[in-house]
Design a protein around this ligand. Structure first.
Ligand SMILES: Nc1ncnc2c1ncn2[C@@H]1O[C@H](COP(=O)(O)OP(=O)(O)OP(=O)(O)O)[C@@H](O)[C@H]1O
Length: 244
């Protein structure tokens, strides 16, 4: 479970986070939805401990990220940019390397890698070099890297940006699978369809704070709108910076 409590963060003259509070539960997919510049990336970077908030705190399974970053990160997987893979390595070598970086010994890393490659049904590509991989294969490898240390919580910043339809579907299926396995999945997006199709809980944010939250259905009901896109526009009072 991820708890974000009253975060503020000023970057230059901008209040990127402005008293942001919400939580993301285990066994659920939570979507952080907001227009360009709403503070989604700043929020996720703060959750992962890459940025320090000016005030407020973030807890991962009850562990304060600022006070005990190493312990908190053991329970957190960050989906990296799939374009940044080392092309000369095979997924097995790549994932094993990251497993060791997370503190496992060689045998533990080998075992955890075999587990995650099987969990993501990657046996057929496990021992091929990443060079020439399709987008979907890159993505699976990146996700395997993010979850090899068996974190309860996984965060993804606009994971489907730049992906084609097939790769988007693969990623959706993978996120559903993680949810069914009891993980807490938190991702940011400004793509309505994706959020409506995937999320159990949607946190709508604008100008660094939460405007509304609930299931896609409850947000539609609350605003009296038929679609999440219409509800979103009603809630943030503008259609600037969103994607259909
Ligand atoms: N390094 C930085 N320098 C200056 N301003 C920044 C920096 N990082 C973030 N900001 C500002 O903070 C605000 C929040 O940015 P952030 O990237 O978190 O938004 P976002 O919701 O992820 O937007 P997008 O959907 O466009 O990716 C924006 O106004 C942005 O310009």
């Amino acid at each position: 479970m991820i708890s974000v409590n009253n975060l503020t963060k000023k970057i230059g003259s901008v209040n990127a986070l402005n008293g942001l509070s919400f939580s993301a539960q285990n066994g659920k997919i939570t979507g952080l939805l907001g227009p360009n510049g709403a503070g989604k990336t700043t929020c996720l970077r703060t959750v992962f401990g890459l940025l320090k908030a000016d005030s407020g705190n973030t807890e991962i399974d009850g562990i304060d990220v600022a006070k005990d970053p190493m312990q908190a990160k053991q329970q957190l997987g960050l989906f990296p940019d799939p374009c940044g893979l080392y092309e000369r390595l095979t997924p097995r070598e790549y994932v094993e390397f990251f497993a060791q970086l997370s503190g496992m010994d060689i045998d533990g890393a080998k075992e955890a890698t075999t587990d995650v490659l099987s969990k993501l049904k990657m046996e057929d590509i496990a021992d091929r070099r990443c060079q020439g991989f399709s987008q979907g294969q890159h993505m699976k490898t990146a996700l395997a890297q993010a979850i090899v240390h068996k974190p309860t919580n996984i965060i993804l910043d606009e994971p489907t940006r730049g992906l084609d339809v097939m790769s988007t579907r693969i990623l959706r299926d993978l996120l559903q699978m993680l949810k069914e396995q009891g993980h807490c999945v938190l991702f940011s997006s400004h793509v309505m369809q994706e959020v409506a199709a995937l999320c159990d809980h949607v946190v709508v944010m604008a100008k660094g704070k939460v405007v509304a939250e609930g299931s896609p259905e409850s947000l539609c009901e609350r605003t009296g709108k038929q679609t999440l896109e219409e509800a979103f526009i009603e809630l943030i009072g503008s259609d600037e910076g969103i994607a259909a």
